[in-house]
Design a protein around this ligand. Sequence first.
Ligand SMILES: Nc1nc2c(ncn2[C@@H]2O[C@H](COP(=O)(O)OP(=O)(O)OP(=O)(O)O)[C@@H](O)[C@H]2O)c(=O)[nH]1
Ligand SMILES: [Mg+2]
Length: 351
Amino acid sequence: MKKKIGFIAIGQAGGNIGRLFEERGFSVLYLNTSKEDLQTLKNVKHTYHIAGGDGCHKDRLTAKRLVAEDFENISREIQEKLNVPILYVIFSSGGGTGSGCGPMLIDLLAEEIAERTDGGMVGAITVIPDEKESVKAQINCYECFTELMAIDGIASTLAVDNAKGDKLSLNRQFVSAFMDFIAIPDQCRDERGNIDKAEIEEALRAKGMLVITKVPVRDNTTAAVLGSFRENIFAPIEPDRVIRYIALAAAGTVDVDAVYKEVGIPVDVFQTYSDKTTICCLSGLNYPKTRLETVYKKAVEHQELILKNMQATSAGKLKTDVNFLSAKAAEVTPPKPKTSRLELMRKYMGQ
Ligand SMILES: Nc1nc2c(ncn2[C@@H]2O[C@H](COP(=O)(O)OP(=O)(O)OP(=O)(O)O)[C@@H](O)[C@H]2O)c(=O)[nH]1
Ligand SMILES: [Mg+2]
């Protein structure tokens, strides 16, 4: 699968996670609006500085404008450096550069990759800010997910939740879980059943959230596997029982009916057996609306105070939606390419 999957890593969080994939032999292209940030990525193969950028200071709109203006070059760079059918764009939802560029880039690439490759797809790997992070981080996250959810052609989204622990440790756990999942066809061969590469791809392709959990063989019980759906590094699973696929490599006995009872009934189940670790992937889950509700509450909780403080130094205009800090969307002029692409870019800039 290593030859089939490539990563576009945007911004700081994207870069940190992307590096771990590159260390494990994947092709990664690092994008940033800040040259300085790109230069901190030592010993990586492919970096690209988005033209005209000088960092985005948590401003999603600046990031979108820069991507729109430089999309032809970005797209060429992706085709040259990542000639693979499965792309994942990695970015944090709470920052400026990655959060602004990520969804728009996925939307622009989704059509292109479907035309260019047979069975091509583009998905998202993102990070949700911890509840203690700034109001701006929560606003950016909420806006980022609003955009991600609206993309028709998107494949799966994997959302690491920074409320679950130390960032760098979460990065490592995430990359290890992803690697273990895609290695199932090579690592887990059993006469009782196999999971093949096409099935892994099917799970990755499903729009919605994708969660991967692991339970070591010594702890393996059905209860522990069900527990792993609640305790993991990802945003909490929405309790509405919306699900498309379950892929399960069981290290011992796991009662699949109990799994259905916990997460809902999928369209299909892919099953095999493993020696060391139970690996379970749930895909086509609904977006984490309950978690995003907390993000929304954190974003607007101090709205009045923040606006009052801002108005004390400048005449800010009061807005009631989540992005109460920004009223500048309409001022940006997008560049000229194809009409449909232009329309798409305009949509992202609120025009
Ligand atoms: N899990 C994880 N989260 C990170 C990491 N680095 C930053 N974050 C989170 O990402 C958010 C900040 O986004 P960055 O990725 O730093 O932002 P950026 O895309 O570089 O955008 P700018 O604001 O323009 O610098 C915050 O919620 C951080 O907690 C990382 O390596 N791992
Ligand atoms: Mg940055």
